[in-house]
Each structure stands twice: as structure tokens, then as C-alpha cells.
Design a protein around this ligand. Structure first.
Ligand code: NAD
Length: 240
């Protein structure tokens, strides 16, 4: 059976991605960092649907925790077919108010986290093949006011994806990126209804995206053996 690990897989988009891979018949591991109650609740929800994903805890920005997580993963499964680097954090503030600590934290999770997880799986994928999917953001393509650090980190995820895809293509490892627009998850819960309406007005399809629509893009990228180095936008036509 194919195996997949989804970082930040117990909430929002990551949880929808996990469900999509479970529905495709994959053995799925849900990574989570600190919210154990939410992780157990997500696992229970999947169990009620007849699926049995495992939970593995690690802060993806912490090298030792990532190394330990993949050691545990490989001791159980021995191989990995799909890694989805979904874990991410955002922050809204004026550029001048962004502290070096905040900058490092955003890059630590969104960029270094993807690097650390990729580093642990690449050797296992080389030769036998594998698919790495990084979750970027439309803001990484076009930039967002008051989200400079987040936009820069997600732009870095796109460049990371393209470079790694070229390096690993001869080894049968594919690396792609999904670039969601505004998706209806907890990440946007801080927006007022006026701000939300303003955003929706800019989306040609006239609504927020759903986590499962991002998940469908991940399944496409995991299953299509002739696609690598791509950035697949799931944004309702936003910023095209
Ligand atoms: P979310 O806040 O609901 O989920 C983020 C997940 O990442 C959570 O499970 C969280 O626990 C996990 N996470 C955060 N820091 C972590 C760490 N250090 N180690 C391990 N896990 C960690 O948000 P979401 O909307 O589901 O976002 C998922 C991904 O999609 C993120 O990378 C986000 O940047 C990206 N994205 C979201 C949107 C959107 O509109 N919601 C748009 C574009 C891109």
C-alpha cells in the first residue's frame, strides 16, 4: 500500500488532504505540532469513517523533532510515496512592525520546515520514486500587503519546489507545489466580514475555496507521473 505523510494534517487544508489520500487507499500519517486534543479529535473523526491514520507529533521547524518523526515513520512503514508539506503559519502586520523573531518564525515553519521534511525523505525516494507536494499560497505568487514575511516565505516555497524538482527528476522523485487562493479555514478566521467581502469581490469565481478543492489538486499531483516542478493554483481565478 502507498504511504503518505501530511504535515499539519489534523486541521484545515491538511486534514482535507489527509482524507483525500485515505480515500485513495493510502496509509496516511498525520503530523501535528502542539494541539494534541485537535489531533486526537481528527483521528477519531477519521476512525468513525473507517480509516485508521497514525498521528506523529513534531514541530516541523525543529530539526531534531523532524528527524525523530521520520525515524518513527520509517520504522513503521519502511518507505514513503508522498510527502505533503502543508504545515504553515501566517501573520498580518505592517512591514515595519515585523520583528526579526517573527520573520524567523514564519520562515522557520513555512520554508525550513519543508526543507527539513524533504531532507528526511529524499534518500528513501531516490530510485524507487516519490512525490513531494509543497503548499505555497497565491500570496507567494503575487504578494500581499501587510503579509510581507508570509508572502516572501511562500514565494521561497515556490522557488524551492522548482529547484528541487530539477535536481531530483533524474532520480524519479517529483516535486510540485499547490498554490491556494483564499480557502475557508481557521487561517482566515481573523478577517472581519467586511474584509472577507472585499476579498471575495476580487475572486472571479465569487467565493472562498474549500479545503477539499486544494486536496483534489494534491491527488492530481501525487498520481500524475509526468508532472514535476509545477505550481498549481487553486484560487478561483484570483490574481491570474
Ligand atoms: P490552519 O491554520 O488551519 O492549519 C495549519 C496547520 O499547520 C495546523 O494544523 C497547524 O497546527 C500546523 N502547523 C503550524 N505550525 C506547525 C509546525 N511548526 N509544525 C507542524 N505543524 C504546524 O491553516 P490552513 O488554511 O489549513 O493552512 C494550511 C496550509 O495552506 C498552510 O501552509 C497555509 O499557509 C496554506 N494556505 C492557506 C490558505 C488559506 O486561505 N487558508 C491560502 C493559501 C495557502
Amino acid at each position: 500500500m502507498k504511504t503518505a505523510l501530511i504535515t499539519g494534517g489534523t486541521k484545515g487544508i491538511g486534514k482535507a488532504i489527509a482524507l483525500a489520500f485515505l480515500q485513495q487507499g493510502y496509509e496516511v500519517v498525520l503530523n501535528y505540532d502542539s494541539d494534541e486534543a485537535a489531533a486526537l479529535a481528527a483521528q477519531e473523526e477519521f476512525n468513525m469513517m473507517g480509516y485508521c491514520p497514525l498521528l506523529l507529533r513534531a514541530d516541523v521547524s525543529d530539526e531534531k523533532q523532524v528527524v525523530d518523526m521520520f525515524r518513527d515513520f520509517f520504522s513503521i512503514y519502511g518507505k514513503i510515496d508522498v510527502l505533503v508539506n502543508n504545515a504553515g503559519i501566517s501573520q498580518i502586520n505592517v512591514f515595519q512592525d515585523t520583528t526579526p523573531e517573527e520573520w524567523d518564525r514564519i520562515f522557520g515553519v513555512n520554508v525550513k520546515g519543508a526543507y527539513l521534511c524533504c531532507r528526511e525523505v529524499v534518500d528513501k525516494m531516490i530510485g524507487r520514486g516519490g512525490s513531494i507536494i509543497n503548499i505555497s499560497s497565491i500570496w507567494g505568487e503575487v504578494g500581499a500587503s501587510c503579509e510581507v514575511a508570509y508572502s516572501a516565505s511562500k514565494g521561497a516555497v515556490i522557488a524551492f519546489t522548482k529547484a528541487l524538482a530539477k535536481e531530483l527528476a533524474p532520480s524519479k522523485v517529483r516535486v510540485n507545489c499547490v498554490s491556494p487562493g483564499v480557502i475557508d479555514t481557521g487561517m482566515n478566521a481573523h478577517l472581519s466580514s467586511a474584509e472577507m467581502d472585499e476579498l471575495i469581490n476580487q475572486i472571479p469565481l465569487g467565493r472562498l475555496g474549500r479545503p477539499e478543492e486544494v486536496a483534489k489538486a494534491c491527488i492530481y499531483l501525487a498520481e500524475n507521473a509526468y508532472v514535476t516542478g509545477e505550481v498549481l493554483s487553486v484560487g478561483g481565478g484570483f490574481a491570474k
